[in-house]
Design a protein around this ligand. Structure first.
Ligand code: TYM
Length: 339
């Protein structure tokens, strides 16, 4: 039995409210979150405290938090079934993050590749929060003793760190099963969606070219234009999925199609074997428009009632707090905090 299975199954995941959500966020995470609701209790947060590790205009942050909430719901997260909340409303995240700052080792954080990428050449100018970002992420998960964390491939290293922190806490305080070792749930062909301009770079909010990504709020014309302009090589589609190896842009477009259609890349390739990319791109554009534009219009509808969104976040935060509070009460006793 793994450590995770000794604990009641519980899902937690989150996204940063920085900029627009894109197809990578949807296929890598959100789509799986919706499915997991059928199998386990789920907590989905909007990680506004992570967002401020780099400067955010306060009004923009508040709007983005509501937008991401609307995106979760529009994509199929049911706020009645799953607790949906913004991280900053549940103060136990920050409290546990402090304790974990004292458990995690500098050497562990020094190995985090996302900090290196995000801080760039001038790491001494990065915020301290950006450096300890993965420690807060571990607290997000473990404050609920969550066992399963559905994310894209780029979060794998952060989840390994969360497991290391949980394990070290359990060992240091001699409480072997206090925290589960949370399992990453990284599934499907959407786990690593690449840029439409460069098949070796992941699709990202921070890419300066808007043509590198499809935003969840793009309209049908924008989606079709971005798919048509997506970089490809001169070869037609191959006969087998294995032959996509070494053709990163072609492979990415096939993976996107497969993830959107809930097919395997092999099925997609057999359907379009030998076709020119112009033909395949038209089919992909139609599929992306059919899947994404209903989400965008539902988001617009939800965003017209901010009070409703704020109410959902508040109720979600209350449900989340009710799980976190007893965990923190026990943790305080374990650590030796009086009171
Ligand atoms: P964030 O906001 O960067 O991304 C949100 C989710 O989208 C996934 N993702 C992708 N998946 C496939 N292809 C892509 N190109 C792509 N880009 C992003 C991410 O893997 C993620 O699942 N640190 C996290 C947020 C976080 C979190 C947590 C996640 C904070 N606390 C606790 C899980 C549990 C992040 O920055 O995700």
């Amino acid at each position: 039995m793994t450590a995770a299975t000794k604990h009641t199954p519980l899902v937690l995941s989150g996204m940063q409210p920085t900029g627009q959500l894109h197809l990578g966020n949807y296929l890598g995470a959100l789509k799986n979150w919706v499915k997991l609701q059928e199998r386990m209790p789920c907590l989905y947060c909007i990680v506004d405290m992570h967002a401020i590790t780099v400067w955010q205009e306060p009004a923009t942050l508040a709007n983005a938090t509501r937008e991401v909430t609307a995106a979760y719901i529009a994509a199929g997260v049911d706020p009645e079934r799953s607790a949906l909340f913004n991280q900053s409303q549940v103060v136990e995240h920050a409290e546990l993050a402090w304790v974990f700052n004292c458990v995690a080792r500098l050497g562990w954080l020094d190995r985090m590749t996302q900090f290196k990428e995000k801080s760039g050449k001038h790491k001494e100018r990065a915020s301290v929060g950006l450096y300890t970002y993965p420690v807060l992420q571990a607290a997000d998960i473990l404050v609920y003793r969550a066992t399963h964390v559905p994310v894209g491939e780029d979060q794998r290293q952060h989840l390994e760190l969360a497991r290391d922190i949980a394990q070290k806490f359990n060992n240091d305080y001699a409480v072997p099963d206090f925290f589960p070792l949370p399992e990453p749930v990284i599934t499907g062909h959407g786990a690593r969606i690449m840029s439409l301009r460069d098949g070796t770079k992941k699709m990202s909010k921070s890419d300066e070219s808007d043509f590198s990504r499809i935003n969840l709020t793009d309209d049908a014309d924008a989606i079709a234009q971005k798919v048509r302009k997506a970089r490809t090589d001169p070869q037609p589609l191959p006969e087998t999925a294995e032959s996509l190896a070494g053709r990163p842009e072609a492979e990415n477009l096939v993976n996107i199609y497969a993830a959107l259609a809930d097919h395997t890349p092999a099925t997609v390739v057999s359907e379009f074997a030998g076709a020119q990319f112009s033909v395949f791109k038209n089919a992909l554009a139609d599929l992306a428009v059919a899947k994404l534009t209903p989400i965008a219009s539902e988001m617009r509808r939800l965003l017209s009632d901010k009070a409703e969104i704020d109410g959902i976040l508040k109720r979600g935060a209350e449900r989340a707090s009710a799980i976190a509070k007893p965990v923190m009460a026990e943790l305080r006793r374990i650590v030796g905090f009086v009171g």
